[in-house]
Design a protein around this ligand. Structure first.
Ligand code: GLU
Length: 482
């Protein structure tokens, strides 16, 4: 059997949309699941669309996402060069060959003429004026140095059928097809032509791309046929949609949320979670498993489980995945990931970082939530004395200051300020006073956090704040009752 070779062929035109990343991921998985090679090819033929720095974005994304390519511009390989602009002299001979075989022709039509027929023949396209020029005429025009493009002679009758692994058999009437340009007046290939020549000469077996290319597939097919080359397996991927506020869906765009890989990272999503989620956008495993490492995906992925119905990018679901990945980290790993967010928020202030992480680990689903969750450690917010009243904890305006004063007295005489000692002191205080634990804990927590919802309870917060700061905050809390 032929060795599977897939290629990711991005055009360096900007940021990495999740749709592009999914294409790269599926190319990678189709190759890896079958022991094949995953090739990176930079398609920079459309010079006007190039964006500075976009190639670096591609390398960076593949690296962070863990999609290691086996061949590419940076690492070489047997099928190079891997950048289209460096292959630019390879294409013309192929077009010349088609001319010799009567499957392509030189078109000398001027821009003015093309514009004129465009206006007269709206939507009808090129009228094939040069398709059957007599040889003497061609020789004369060539001798005069009239510029020309090379067009493919498309069949004018019958139909073309191609098979897509996802969308099935698709047939188009040949009468709808234009005599497509293969080589432009400057001698360089059009994008479609370069793409086909590259895929063939690089031995690509599976072409994975977004379904926006589905309508061009017959043109590609006819090129393979003209050369007598084997057509690769086409795998067109379904659209990715976004949920609108009114419940409808439309093509995923910035108004739905972050759509670029880097932006998602900035929003606090882990690369592993993004990759896991994206893998399931259009593909499903044979069972109900949802959490997959890249290694696992490499084992179980198969193109025949890709769906053709559009998939909806659900940010809540991605957040759920992210939370799952966060909880699977060790506390140490989690702390490491939190560190940049801590440093950004706390500046030079030193905190017992691992203890802080311990109360966040089960609660955080996105790292960007951290500042808001820990803000009260930096500075206690302005809060109203009414916060001390809580039905469930059985606290009211009468008993709350009494409880708080008792906590204050108990803790100020505590010998060692450890979580265990604080815990034991508060529990025994509740017993001594004959009240629920909560009746003691609630006022304590409000006085040191100034918030009703906090990661961690009174004990953890007191421990993290330390003796001095805790007592100071409790004094301020007591003062509110005066
Ligand atoms: N260069 C094309 C793009 O970035 C890829 C087309 C293909 O994969 O065939 O959309």
């Amino acid at each position: 059997m032929m060795k599977v070779r897939t290629r990711y062929a991005p055009s360096p035109t900007g940021f990495m949309h999740v749709g592009n990343l999914r294409t790269a991921l599926y190319e990678y998985l189709i190759a890896k699941s079958q022991g094949g090679s995953f090739v990176l090819r930079i398609e920079d033929t459309d010079r006007e669309r190039l964006v500075e720095g976009a190639v670096d974005v591609i390398y960076n994304t593949l690296k962070i996402a863990g999609l290691k390519h086996d061949e590419g511009p940076d690492i070489g390989g047997d099928y190079g060069p891997y950048v289209q602009s460096e292959r630019k002299d390879m294409y013309l001979p192929y077009a010349m060959k088609l001319i010799e075989e009567g499957k392509a022709y030189r078109c000398f039509c001027s821009k003015e003429r093309l514009e004129k027929i465009q206006n007269e023949n709206v939507g009808g396209g090129y009228d094939r004026h040069c398709r059957d020029l007599p040889q003497e005429e061609i020789d004369r025009l060539l001798a005069e140095g009239v510029p020309y493009v090379i067009r493919q002679k498309m069949p004018t009758e019958g139909s073309t059928t191609f098979v897509d692994a996802v969308f099935g058999e698709i047939t188009v009437d040949n009468s709808e097809l234009q005599d497509q340009i293969l080589i432009k007046t400057d001698g360089y290939p059009t994008y479609n032509f370069a793409n086909v020549i590259d895929d063939h000469t690089m031995g690509i077996t599976h072409v994975v791309r977004g379904c926006e290319y589905l309508s061009s597939a017959p043109k590609y097919n006819l090129l393979y046929e003209a050369f007598g080359w084997e057509v690769p397996t086409y795998v067109h991927l379904p659209l990715i949609m976004g949920k609108n506020e009114d419940g409808s869906v439309s093509k995923l765009s910035k108004r739905h949320g972050a759509t670029g890989f880097e932006d998602l990272l900035k929003e606090g999503y882990l690369p592993e979670a993004i990759i896991n989620y994206i893998a399931l956008l259009g593909w499903c495993p044979a069972d109900n498993q949802e959490i997959f490492s890249l290694k696992e995906l490499e084992q179980v992925f198969s193109a025949d489980r890709i769906s053709k119905s559009p998939s909806v990018f659900d940010y809540d679901k991605l957040t759920w995945f992210n939370g799952e990945y966060i909880r699977r980290m060790s506390l140490e790993e989690f702390t490491e990931h939190c560190m940049p967010y801590y440093k950004e928020f706390f500046g030079d202030k030193e905190m017992p970082w691992e203890k802080l992480s311990a109360i966040l680990h089960q609660r955080v689903t996105k790292f960007t939530q951290i500042p808001e969750m820990v803000d009260f450690f930096k500075e206690i917010p302005e809060y109203d004395v009414s916060m001390f009243v809580n039905k469930k904890s059985k606290t009211n305006m009468e008993n709350a200051p009494v409880m708080l004063k008792a906590v204050y007295d108990k803790l100020s005489s505590l010998e060692s300020w450890t979580q265990e000692a604080i815990h034991d002191a508060l529990i025994s205080l509740a017993t001594e006073l004959g009240v629920k634990n909560g009746t003691v804990m609630w006022p304590a927590r409000i006085s040191v956090a100034g918030k009703t919802v906090t990661p961690g309870g009174a004990v953890e917060i007191l421990d993290i704040l330390g003796r001095e700061e805790s007592l100071k905050r409790m004094e301020a809390g007591l003062a509110k009752f005066e």
